[in-house]
Design a binder for this molecule. Structure first.
Ligand code: F0G
Length: 464
């Protein structure tokens, strides 16, 4: 018989988590104003809020923490990270930042400008992540979503739902003069469309279209290794290639990248921005020094750069990726088995539950996916995150709600942190919510909200 996969590691340290009662959770979530970000983590049993910075480091990474060189300039930990980035990703120039959004800030300051410099400019891409969009809109530019239409139908089977619709992208290039399109951002894997990958073929095509119109192409690379795994397992011609070989090929089509190291760097904090062009690196380094820190540490401690230099390599090991992506699919299969609609095919870092299908009786004005998230927390102390109307924010010009095509509850799985028994627990809890779905007809209304990225701090009250 074919042997099943098992995690290619064992546990040396554990962190206790505790169950709670339904009464406790009802009170705690009310106190948190029905915003899952406001909950204290000890009031959560299985925390699937994010896979960002929540992974478990390896013994080799902890060893690097002890070797960390905290020199202000020229630290050996910086050179370790530099060597890994060159060897693995093929970029000679990089700047360490404290996390992904800081990398975006540095890159966009160099490419778009600061203040209102982005007015009249557009940045096309495949469903930009919210911080990316936030940094674009903060500069008064517009993010244009060119993702393929299949991505917005959760039940459509397509192996690469992160792909760019080349027709949509070319239309953007035709409609705007070159100087109004400072950069194109390709997110691998595409978080907003469900942790869905971009194919090598699409990467190549996007790259040649960008070249044709003279627009630089940068990858938002938070989950680049998971993307490479999907290319290996889903794209003809790549089945016999190694993950590292695929990663090198992916990045060979980019002019640079931003990285949230908290995902496929398997560290708790950190990021970087990397460039092929030395002149652009130099321009960006001024902003890095202003916003982050001197070029050889930026926003990171030496020990964290050391741990990252190891984590990036571990994230590219096939056995690790098989277990990692396999665990996400395991949860996906359980939920599908309970008749719960989730984004298909299963993504790389999370399962995205189609909340509109699960709560069909609810009005969209009362935040369907948020309501599902609150119900799941009350049911079993599980924390997911809304990817729906709250996250979409209001239109910055009209102030109107922007109802997205999908209302999703994301269950993001931290790397190397939970077991499949936790996944069994999560799936059973969501099945219980589904059992009583017909009785969930009303959601929440906003009591207070921030003007940008409101989902982090929004306060809600029951609509009835
Ligand atoms: N790009 C993508 C695709 C992301 O998913 C994230 C963060 C960022 C950029 C920003 O990186 O958090 O290090 O500043 N995503 C987290 C999430 C927050 O939960 O999906 P950051």
């Amino acid at each position: 018989m074919e042997l099943p996969w098992a995690e290619p590691y064992r546990m040396k340290t554990i962190e206790p988590i505790r169950r709670s009662t339904r009464e406790d959770r009802d009170a705690w979530i009310r106190e948190a104003r029905y915003n899952l970000f406001n909950l204290r983590s000890e009031r959560v049993y299985v925390d699937l809020l994010t896979d960002s910075g929540t992974g478990a480091m390896s013994s080799a990474q902890w060893a690097e923490m002890m070797l960390g060189d905290e020199s202000y300039a020229g630290a050996s930990s910086y050179y370790k990270l530099k060597a890994t980035i060159e060897e693995l990703l093929g970029f000679e120039h990089f700047l360490p930042c404290h996390q992904g959004r800081a990398a975006e800030n540095v890159l966009f300051s160099a490419l778009i400008g600061v203040g209102d410099a982005g007015a009249g400019k557009v940045v096309p891409g495949n469903s930009h992540f919210d911080t990316t969009k936030g940094h674009i809109e903060f500069r008064k530019a517009h993010a244009i979503d060119c993702t393929i239409a299949e991505a917005f139908d959760t039940q459509a089977e397509h192996p690469f739902k992160g792909n760019v619709d080349l027709g949509k992208l070319e239309a953007v290039y035709e409609a705007h003069p070159r100087e109004d399109v400072p950069v194109c951002i390709l997110t691998v894997t595409c978080n907003s469309s469900g942790g869905q990958p971009v194919s090598m073929e699409n990467i190549k095509d996007v790259s040649s279209l960008c070249r044709k119109y003279g627009v630089p192409l940068f990858f938002d690379s938070a989950r680049f290794a998971e993307n490479a795994y999907f290319i290996k397992t889903r794209e003809p011609g790549y089945e016999d290639k190694g993950i590292r070989e695929i990663v090198r090929e992916m990045f060979s089509y980019a002019d640079g990248m931003t990285m949230s190291s908290k995902k496929d760097g398997i560290v708790n904090i950190g990021g970087f921005v990397a460039f092929r062009d030395k002149a652009l690196w130099q321009k960006a380094s001024t902003f890095n020094i202003m916003f982050e820190g001197f070029n050889t540490y930026g926003g990171m401690a030496g020990r964290d750069m050391g741990a990252l230099s190891v984590g990036l390599k571990e994230a590219c090991e096939l056995d690790y990726l098989t277990a990692r992506v396999g665990q996400v699919a395991y949860l996906g299969r359980l939920l599908t088995g309970y008749g719960i609609a989730v984004q298909r095919p299963y993504g790389g870092h999370a399962i995205f539950v189609d909340a509109k299908r699960l709560l069909p009786a609810m009005p969209r004005e009362e935040f369907i996916a948020q309501t599902l998230g609150v119900e799941l927390y009350k049911e079993a102390g599980i924390r997911g995150v809304e990817i729906g109307t709250l996250l979409a924010d209001r239109d910055p010009e009209t102030g109107e709600e922007r109802y997205p095509a999908l209302e999703l509850l994301r269950l993001a799985i931290p790397r190397r942190t939970y077991t499949n028994a936790h996944m069994d627990y999560v799936a059973a809890a969501l099945a219980n919510v589904k059992e009583r779905a017909a009785s969930i007809k009303r959601g929440y209304r906003i009591v207070s909200e921030a003007p940008i990225m409101r989902h982090f701090t929004v306060e809600l009250e029951p609509a009835e």
